[in-house]
Design a protein around this ligand. Structure first.
Ligand SMILES: Nc1ncnc2c1ncn2[C@@H]1O[C@H](COP(=O)(O)OP(=O)(O)O)[C@@H](O)[C@H]1O
Ligand SMILES: [Mg+2]
Length: 368
């Protein structure tokens, strides 16, 4: 299907001297997709974006957009436009002038130019702000003007490099929703860079998780969260318990693992490639571990413990539970309904943790 690879990143690398900023990265982006590059600072997100935009020459590999090898095509000849973190708008110009600046090379008639500017202002919900000076705008409004200046060119692809990084949390949340809605209504392919895993998960159709110049895994947010494959991805998205162990047996789809932290556990892993004797990490999300004040019967995986500390997070609490007489800790999560969290955190009584065979994910040890 043509749409499967509207943009192909084809074995691309960028070396700065000894630094492999981007190291043999390949993946495809679909037409009309909201696609995010997610990873910690310095992992190569900006460098990869700059190669897609044509601001940076690849050391190896290429970018193919809509069937065209980009090679050394200059930025202005590519069907892409980029919005930067530090919204590059001119503070001494009006909003109208800022938007018209984006079209200066197109030699449009005055009427057509005005129509395009109005259209773009409408998209970003700033109709009537054309004559405002850019330095009279709030941070959020300025970022919307920067966005409109990129959109007014009607690019096929919009590249956004941490565009919300400078906004406070609340405004950021609002802009996330607006951006997402705008992207869906325009049908333009967005490539969005962020180091914030929550932001990437809320906004994206698919995410490429990057670390040290590599794209480790590409997929929809729910797949990456529920079934991460590399250890790094499991660790980077959300909270996770990791139990180091060794496979002792396989019973059909069920893998039996002896772990250091919680003893023997059973994990359902269809078509697993792990074999008896293999070192393995069992990963379990805190929200998949149930807490009970009485001993649980008939559960496959259960362990006794005592509450150590609880971190109150508003709607829920993270509870650290000591197991094995305090030698190990397990992180669980409780919804905060009617003071359940405060009860749990003040309790020195025994509690029981339990989880199903489906809750665990088997990962290869990071260094293996
Ligand atoms: N122009 C450059 N010269 C030398 N090193 C660079 C240059 N640009 C980026 N790097 C290095 O490449 C790596 C990736 O940087 P960058 O792409 O900016 O990461 P990110 O956007 O994920 O924070 C970093 O180690 C950075 O220091
Ligand atoms: Mg960057």
């Amino acid at each position: 299907m043509a749409d499967e690879s509207f943009i192909s990143i084809d074995r691309i690398s960028k070396h700065f001297g000894d630094v492999r900023a981007v190291d043999d990265v390949s993946f495809d982006i679909r037409r009309g997709e909201f696609f995010s590059l997610l990873g910690p600072s310095g992992c190569g997100k900006t460098t990869l974006m700059r190669m897609i935009a044509g601001f940076e020459e690849a050391t190896e590999g290429d970018v193919i957009i809509d069937g065209q090898y980009m090679g050394d095509t200059p930025p202005y000849r590519r069907p892409v436009n980029m919005v930067f973190q530090n919204y590059a708008i001119f503070p001494h110009l009006t909003v109208h002038q800022n938007l018209a600046f984006g079209l200066r090379k197109d030699r449009l008639g005055k009427q057509e130019l005005n129509r395009r500017v109005e259209e773009a202002l409408d998209m970003i919900k700033l109709s009537g702000y054309g004559s405002r000076s850019a330095n009279q705008l709030s941070g959020g409004q300025r970022q919307r003007v920067a966005l409109a200046r990129a959109l007014i060119k009607k690019p096929k692809v919009l590249l956004l490099d941490e565009p919300l990084g400078a906004l406070d949390k609340k405004l950021r949340g609002q802009m996330q929703l607006e951006l997402r809605a705008l992207q869906k209504s325009l049908g333009i392919t967005f490539i969005f860079v962020t180091h914030d895993q929550e932001e990437a998960m809320t906004m994206s159709d698919r995410i490429a998780v990057m670390s040290a110049g590599k794209a480790l895994e590409v997929g929809p947010p729910s797949d990456l969260y529920e079934r991460p494959r590399p250890y790094f991805v499991a660790d980077f998205l959300g909270s996770m318990n990791f139990f180091d162990g060794r496979v002792v047996n396989l019973e059909g789809d069920t893998v039996i693992v002896d772990t250091e932290q919680v003893g023997r556990v059973k994990v359902k892993a269809e078509g697993t490639s792990f074999e008896q004797g293999n070192p393995v990490i069992v990963a379990i999300r805190p929200e998949n571990i149930a807490v009970s004040s009485t001993e649980v019967e008939g559960k496959v995986n259960t362990i006794k413990g005592k509450v150590d500390t609880a971190a109150f997070l508003g709607d829920r609490s993270h509870i650290f539970v000591n197991v094995h007489d305090g030698r190990n800790a397990v992180l669980t999560q409780m919804q905060n309904l009617g003071g359940a969290a405060s009860r749990a955190s003040s309790s020195a009584e025994n509690i029981w943790l339990s989880w199903s065979e489906d809750a665990g994910i088997l990962l290869a040890p990071a260094s293996a």
